[in-house]
Ligand binder design. Structure first.
Ligand SMILES: Nc1ncnc2c1ncn2[C@@H]1O[C@H](COP(=O)(O)OP(=O)(O)OP(=O)(O)O)[C@@H](O)[C@H]1O
Ligand SMILES: [Mg+2]
Length: 238
């Protein structure tokens, strides 16, 4: 199936031998909005890093669009990854932050300008292109980070706790902004969080992780109505 992401029996150990991910199976059709929910240390970031190619599994396979990814380096996967700290380039303005990946791809000036403008429009940043990123609000910075991640047209978008550095009120507002933008795109999205309300708002499918394993998979409704065990119940605050 086109642009399907498949993980088969993924295992990952670290140097001390401890198992970080255990027998992870996952199959995501194009356009799926998946939330990965789990407590600190449950392996969420490691899972994203494996999909991005920043780590290799000890065993198991990752396939995208039918192609094995195991030996494909990160920059050739065409996946977009956005972290909690946004990691914008502080010496560059909004335009050049968004254009960064496009310049790396060797696109010409006119193409870059047209794509950046498209991204400014999508994220509601039109008019701010010459502003330095230090002079933006937290919400605007986040939208620049999203625009920069989406500009090279990744075929998969991964967000690792994109809101966790913000205060609660801002977090709620930005979650809505973020999910509204993403829902307009037919791009498979993996949203990592330890907050079940965020997970339920961001994903139509949720995997709950516990000590490196998928404890339960389901829609937000399924998880709330039929939590598989006591641990899930408590973790979801039911
Ligand atoms: N490079 C590494 N070497 C050894 N252990 C690691 C490494 N990276 C992560 N770990 C361990 O793997 C486990 C899972 O880490 P991971 O960062 O994937 O968790 P997480 O669910 O993202 O947690 P958090 O919610 O705190 O971000 C943790 O116990 C962590 O200490
Ligand atoms: Mg993490």
């Amino acid at each position: 199936m086109e642009n399907e992401l498949v993980l088969e029996h993924i295992n990952k150990k670290f140097d001390d031998g401890s198992l970080i991910l255990q027998d992870i199976d996952l199959r995501l059709k194009q356009g799926t909005k998946l939330s990965v929910l789990g407590p600190s240390g449950s392996g969420k970031t490691t899972l994203l890093r494996l999909i991005a190619g920043l780590e290799n599994p000890d065993s198991g396979h990752i396939l995208f669009n039918g192609q094995p990814m195991n030996d494909c380096p990160p920059h050739k996967r065409n996946f977009g990854l956005m972290f909690q700290e946004f990691a914008l380039f502080p010496h560059l303005n909004v335009f050049n932050n968004i254009a960064f990946g496009l310049k790396m791809k060797g696109m010409d000036k006119a193409q870059i300008e047209s794509r950046v403008n498209e991204m400014l429009l999508l994220t509601g940043l039109t008019g701010l292109q010459t502003r330095h990123v230090d002079d933006l609000s937290g919400g605007e910075r986040q939208r620049v980070a999203l625009a920069r991640t989406l500009a090279p047209q990744p075929s998969l978008l991964m967000l690792d706790e994109p809101l966790s550095s913000l205060d609660r009120v801002l977090r709620k507002r930005l979650l809505i902004e973020l999910t509204t933008i993403i829902s307009k795109l037919n791009i498979t999205t993996i949203f990592v969080t330890h907050d079940h309300e965020e997970a339920f708002a961001a994903g139509n499918m949720v995997i709950v992780m516990n000590t490196g394993q998928i404890e339960q998979t389901g829609t937000p409704d399924e998880l709330v109505q039929t939590p598989k065990n006591q641990w899930i119940k408590e973790f979801l605050g039911l």
